[in-house]
Design a protein around this ligand. Sequence first.
Ligand SMILES: [Zn+2]
Length: 113
Amino acid sequence: MSMASNAYLQARLSSLIRYCLEHELVRTATFYAERFYYIDPAHHDARHLLATAYLKSGQTHCALHLVNLQSDNTCPGCHELVAKCCSNLGRYAKAREAYEFARLYAPNAKGEL
Ligand SMILES: [Zn+2]
């Protein structure tokens, strides 16, 4: 697959998954997010969107595993996802810490991805 069509596919998948998440079509979002992640596991949006879909579908550990990284390849929304996962799992200290990171790195936060 060429780079161009790959980028096109990534953009299409990304907007499709966002649409599904916005409209609470969680199973469909998860389906496409898993494919997106399979195509390009290093792509930030792929990981971020799959984590969001997993969190929404109650697969908290899977979601946390995807975004709980010491990496430059994260966004404030990733830290927020970590925080939500940790709260769900009762890890409140870690959740507070992740919320702090989200705030620190998002001085002009525009909300979730
Ligand atoms: Zn992110």
